[in-house]
Design a protein. Structure first.
Length: 111
């Protein structure tokens, strides 16, 4: 069971790290031109803050458990990611972007 938990955590951390670094490295306009229309509803600083939260969440999922330093940060990071994703769902629903734009459905093989 521990192996499955680590695999799932690792996949989530890599996905969040990639998404966060992508948002941090691109301008708001570049993100919008690459299909992230939701950036039109946010300031550049807010988009960067979302990217930073994703990066910190990814680090928070892995680093405390691996380094055995303040393991309480792992569930806090997971909760932060869940709140971030819930906010993403709300934004996409308000923009009437349909189920394909929702974070949990966007990469689903059943789409």
């Amino acid at each position: 069971m521990d192996i499955a938990l680590w695999v799932i955590t690792g996949v989530l951390a890599v996905a969040m790290l990639g998404a966060g670094l992508f948002k941090l490295s691109q301008s708001k306009e570049a993100l919008a031109s690459k299909g992230m229309g939701w950036t039109e509803d946010f300031s550049s600083a807010a988009v960067k803050a979302i990217g930073a939260a994703e990066v910190l969440g990814a680090i928070g999922l892995i680093a405390p458990a691996v380094l055995n330093i303040a393991p309480i940060l792992v569930p806090i990071a997971a909760t932060g990611i869940a709140v971030l994703m819930a906010g993403a769902v709300i934004v996409h629903l308000r923009r009437h972007e349909g189920p394909g734009a929702l974070p949990a459905v966007a990469f689903s093989p059943w789409r």
